[in-house]
Design a protein around this ligand. Sequence first.
Ligand code: DMJ
Length: 586
Amino acid sequence: MGPGTAVGDREWERELLRGPGAAVVGDRDREWLLRDREWLWGLGMAVGTWDGTGNGCGGSGMAAGTGNGCGGPGGAGWAWHRSGCVSRGLRPGPASPRCCPAPGHSNLNINDVLGNYSLTLIDALDTLAVMGNSSEFQKAVKLVIDTVSFDKDSTVQVFEATIRVLGSLLSAHIIITDSKQPFGDMTIKDYDNELLHLAHDLAVRLLPAFENTKTGIPYPRVNLKKGVPPDSHNETCTAGAGSLLVEFGILSRLLGDSTFEWVARRAVKALWSLRSNNTGLLGNVVNIQTGHWVGKQSGLGAGSDSFYEYLLKSYILFGEKEDLEMFNAAYQNIQNHLRRGREACNEGEGDPPLYVNVNMYTGQLMNTWIDSLQAFFPGLQVLIGDVEDAICLHAFYYAIWKRYGALPERYNWQLQAPDVPFYPLRPELVESTYLLYQATKNPFYLHVGMDILQSLEKYTKAKCGYATLHHVVEKTKEDRMESFFLSETCKYLYLLFDEENPVHKSGNKFMFTTEGHIVSVDERFRNSLWEDILPGEEESSQKSKPTELKAANFSSNCNRVPDERRYLLPLKSNYMRQIDRMVGLI
Ligand code: DMJ
């Protein structure tokens, strides 16, 4: 029987279903899976019970420590709050909660991501709403209002503070003030826009990063009290500097103050103007004063990922035509220079399509690894309707997941081995899985989600939460749970299985920020109140209807996925096997 025939696919599918972790496909299985949402609730409770009244942090997959032995009385989440060691990130082990190092501490990885401003609590707010848990949402919001202050001698990354903190505050504010209340009653008694004020305060503290830079590209770090540290270096990455527009734009439009959107947009345009004349590609590290590319690697992973994502998402939200034009050009250049392998995902000869890292000026291969971060790209492709291509790249990452039960931070496709072996509970593969399921409704993606979920349970579950895998082969753990585990990984997993969720059923249109924060695609974000007062910007503020969204070189959209493909594997079995071979699975 020839590979790729319908019957071949079905056989392979059955084989797949007999394999370990196979549980889904077919209505009965799906029912069972949906019943298992209770388990997901447990996972969701990783963000719940902020007052520490829960019993035992391990029960029902509960994380963030709500019981004894997890960072003091009431568990880590509570202990942070009471001990003055207000949460920066989470330590899922039964040790004391992670405290922020002293200001100026050299451990940048901890210091300037965690920020000493209740990062995990804030980042998880809208996850509670999406899960319909109004009491915990209201409790968490009040805790933020009562305890969080940004008036701190704390040096933070502008990018991380924007996507994790600013984005979450704005998202929660929008949910609270939405007159339709799609997630149930998420209103807060006597709410006086406190979250919006907090967001504003934080953004003002980030603004110094955009001053004294000759290109308009911001400094990567800023001290919340003192501005840009005197010893700041002048190099930043493309994603860090160029993915601020969604949050800054929302803030500007809610406040009617163009400043924030203006600086973020200026940074995007500055980066865009530095693309190579030859390939149209951008590098990954740039000098903010000279505009010279320090990192000439062009790829879709670390240092670049969300730059592309935000070109498209800014357009979806604000309808500014120039954002779509930049995105379309960037997408075309990516296809021309980064994509390797056969032309079509699901037909023809040759290696499976893969997006590699190249020199931005020549388009020549720079290395043979791919980042786990790049697994977001199929999700982005879904948003523009390039579902066919998305299926292939997603399948590649899923094969890596199957091999290790996690995604190594960097995987070397030539050596078929991890180059950087840790897995910090990143969401990108789940995110793409969720979006592909929404686009295709193919139960295969429920199977993938279940597989991911079971691996998380098996390898990363710790006493007080879910732990970073230090090594995906050895399965050793680190006492660290990144805040994006709650804001993204849990949220996308939950939504994947919750078909009735208001996100899917309320009739509202929602978009996810790069940190997974939910924002309604709302007419009010399409009106910039300052248009009249900024003459000469008419061109850039041209609006286009969402229906005009059409990316360059897209080969399909979700309506074009033929019916039979919805019930078979999304990718022909011979191609699936080819990918499995490529990652050393078979
Ligand atoms: C998140 O903070 C965001 O998704 C960001 O865009 C990339 N990295 C992490 C998750 O891996």
